[in-house]
Design a protein around this ligand. Sequence first.
Ligand SMILES: *[C@@H]1O[C@H](CO)[C@@H](O)[C@H](O)[C@H]1NC(C)=O
Ligand SMILES: *[C@@H]1O[C@H](CO)[C@@H](O)[C@H](O)[C@H]1NC(C)=O
Length: 365
Amino acid sequence: MRMSVATKICALLCVFLLYGTPPILQAEKHSLYYIYTALSKPVNLPGVYEFTAMGLLDDTQIDYYNSKEQKKIPKQTWMKEKLQEDYWEKGTQSRKSKEQWFDLNIDILMKRMRHSESDLHVLQWRHGCEVEQQGSELSFSKGISEYAYDGENFIYFDIKESMWVTSVDEALPTKRKWDSVPILNQYTKGYLEKECVDWLNKFREYADEELKQGSPPDVHVFARKSTKTKLKLTCMATGFYPGDVMMTIRKYGTSLPEYEVESTGIRPNHDGSYQMRMSVEINKSEEAEYDCFVSHKSMKEPNITEWRQQETTTESLTASESAYTEEPVLDKESDGRGDVGKASDSSATMFIFSLSLIFHFILIF
Ligand SMILES: *[C@@H]1O[C@H](CO)[C@@H](O)[C@H](O)[C@H]1NC(C)=O
Ligand SMILES: *[C@@H]1O[C@H](CO)[C@@H](O)[C@H](O)[C@H]1NC(C)=O
C-alpha cells in the first residue's frame, strides 16, 4: 500500500510534534528535544526539505537547520543573543554531519526493509530530556532517544537498562550492533541525564532573563516616491519584545490621525521578536518635520526618530528599506525574548559536539 507524500509527511509530523500533549501537572515540567527528519529523496513541496533538524524548548522552537540552507540558525532572540558565534558554527558542522549520517542510514534501512528506492521513506530521530521542578529543586525525569522509520517506532534507548530496545524485527541487527559498544550506550545515557539537562537549564535561564529585560525596538524612518508628487513615508520598528508597542507618525510633534496612516499591525519576526510598520502619503514638496514616535515597555523614554528629507530615494524598494525589512513570519508560535547578554561555554560546547560527531559515525544502523 502506498501512502501519498502528504500523508507520510503528516504522519510523521503528527507522531513527533503532537506527541507530548501536556498532562495535568503537579510539578512544573520542562523539556528539551531535538528532532531530525530525513527523507529518502527530494520532494517537490515548498518548505519540505530532504533533511531538517530543530531544537524545541518546552515545545517552542529554538533553532533550525535544513538541507537547503545548511546552517543552524537561532529561532529565538535570546538564543541569538546569548549563544556565541562558535555555538552556531559547531552546531552547523554537527548538523551537516548528521545530515550525511541520515543520508547513509536511510539507505541502509530501505534496503533492510526491502523497500523500493523510488518510493519516499522517512527516518526520524528524536532525543532529549525532561526535568521536574519541585520548589527550587530540579530533577531529571525522562530521557528519550528514539528512531522512527516511516512514522513508526523503530528502535529506542532504554535509559534505565542502558540499552536499545527494538520496536520491529528489522531493528534487531541495529540493536545488536549498538549494544555491543557499551561506551556508546554510556555516552547516550550520560548525554540524556546530564548534558541535556544542563543545556535545558541554561536555555531556560537565558529565556527567563530576556523575558524580564525585554528588548527595545530598532526604529527606522524612510520615504520613497509613490507618485510624481507624493512620497510614502514609512516608520518601521523591529526587534522588540514583548509584542506590545505604541507607535505613531507625527507631523510637527502631533500624531497623524489613524485614518491617514496605513499600518501592518504587530507581526512576529523569525527570531521571536516583533515588528510593526506604518506609512503615510505626504506631498513631495512638503517641508514639514515628520518623526516616528515609538514607546515600548523596555525603554524608559519613547524613541523619537526624525525623518531626514535627504534620505528619500527614487527607487521603489531601496537598499535602506530592504536592510531594515525583515520578513515577518506568519505563524505566531513565538515567545522569543529580548536582547543583551552573552555567555561563554565554548569548551563544553566543543566537547559535546565532538563527542556527538564520533558517536554518530560509529553508530550505523
Ligand atoms: C531609537 O532607535 C534608533 C534606531 O534603532 C537608535 O539608533 C536610537 O538610539 C534610538 N533612540 C532612543 C532614544 O532610544
Ligand atoms: C498635499 O497637497 C494637496 C494639494 O496640493 C493638499 O490638498 C493636501 O492637503 C496636501 N497634503 C498634505 C498632507 O499636506
